[in-house]
Ligand binder design. Sequence first.
Ligand SMILES: O=C(O)CCC(=O)C(=O)O
Ligand SMILES: [Fe+2]
Length: 339
Amino acid sequence: MEKLVSSWFEVELLPEPYVFPPEKRPGKVSFPLGKSIPVLDLGSSNDQNETIQQIMKASEEFGFFQVINHGVSKDLIDDTMNVAREFHAMPAQDKVNECSKDPNGSCKLYTSSGNYDTEEVHYWRDCLTHPCYSLEEYMQFWPAKPTKYREVVSRYSVEVRKLGSRILELISEGLKLRTSYFSSGLNESPTIVINHYPPCADPTLTLGIPKHRDPTVITILLQGDVHGLQVFKDSEWIGVEPLPHAFVVNIGYVLQIVSNGKLKGADHRVMTNSSHARTTISVFVHPSSETIIEPAKSLLNASNPPIYRALKFKDFQNEFLSKAADAEALHQFISSTTD
Ligand SMILES: O=C(O)CCC(=O)C(=O)O
Ligand SMILES: [Fe+2]
């Protein structure tokens, strides 16, 4: 597993396969915060209707927002970030061993995009990912080192999943769907994604993750205290400011499809930096593989015909894995028309 960036990142020159083609290079390394993404207070004293309006506005304009006073304890957030950092700091062989417990491969450790042997350019990141629901089914395959990993990450998954359900209830009301619209198959298979981006000799030439949209209903990200995430809005990249203990929420392809395009998945990317390692923890709110993803029927009428076709989530996901870098091809695949 010497390919893991964390095993060799202290090189002085960026290896050639990590250098992006000029048009995809980030170039400047600043994080313009001019049009920062909305920060929403989910504290209980706030008016629920107003919160719904704020979420809808942020989701339509940016596809991204941050939430504070969200109910997940600061101690749990700190403990989870610490255990995630400790995992990526372990020797490579230990990491590989800890991710090899499931013969079906539900727990994965990979570097770059996961398609290392076939991709054109490598990304400056290592990634640990595994399902986080149900705990009974999957926790036995999670890393058992660091020793606190399972205890801390299981509590974190339960809390963040609750937060995700709450946000999705608010979004269902905002879309005028029944409140429980997302509470069965559509949020049944959440996955934890723990990315690690070591310091990088030349952040102008490479990326932790290039421009993409998530294959999720929503993504709930803990980005810690190091800059790196950027959102593409009005033809420019804007930085998402790290706020202590806040979660960054973004709309994924599945919600774009369910809302028939009213809410759009937002394009984003991850920059590296030369001085600080960056570890982030996402919960990908995913449908189960057999769930049908399609525009909600109650939203459709003669003036709002379906612009996306119905698909099993697993078929969408397979296409996403092979076409994530080709947004136009993926768009064709999910569209209701084939022109
Ligand atoms: O690490 C981040 O800030 C974002 C990660 C991300 O976009 C992803 O895992 O899809
Ligand atoms: Fe993403």
